[in-house]
Unconditional design. Structure first.
Length: 100
């Protein structure tokens, strides 16, 4: 798994865990409603969603509402994280320590 480190970094934040939980529980949602549901500002939510999306944990899709507003919907991506010594050995093969 090449993206183990970004995945672990994304999951290491309590706000991001709450975002994933809200999306999994309530289903896909648009940014404004999700910010209200999670109890954080939209700008902060955008930062967290960007990190989650970069790690492949959520996906987004722009849609038009019935009144013509552009809404960005997010939902949890299908993922399964197996963290065991073998996964760490495989991920370590792809680390570039010069970038760290």
């Amino acid at each position: 798994m090449r993206n183990l480190l970004p995945t672990l970094e994304a999951l290491a934040n309590p706000h991001r865990l709450r975002i994933i939980a809200a999306l999994k529980t309530e289903g896909r949602n648009y940014v404004s409603q999700l910010a209200r549901d999670v109890g954080i500002s939209r700008p902060l939510l955008h930062l967290h969603l960007a990190k989650l999306e970069a790690a492949g944990l959520v996906t987004s899709k722009h849609e038009l509402s019935s009144d013509g507003k552009a809404l960005n919907y997010f939902e949890v991506a299908d993922f399964c994280l197996t963290l065991d010594p073998a996964a760490i050995v495989e991920a370590a093969k792809h680390l570039n320590l010069e970038e760290e």
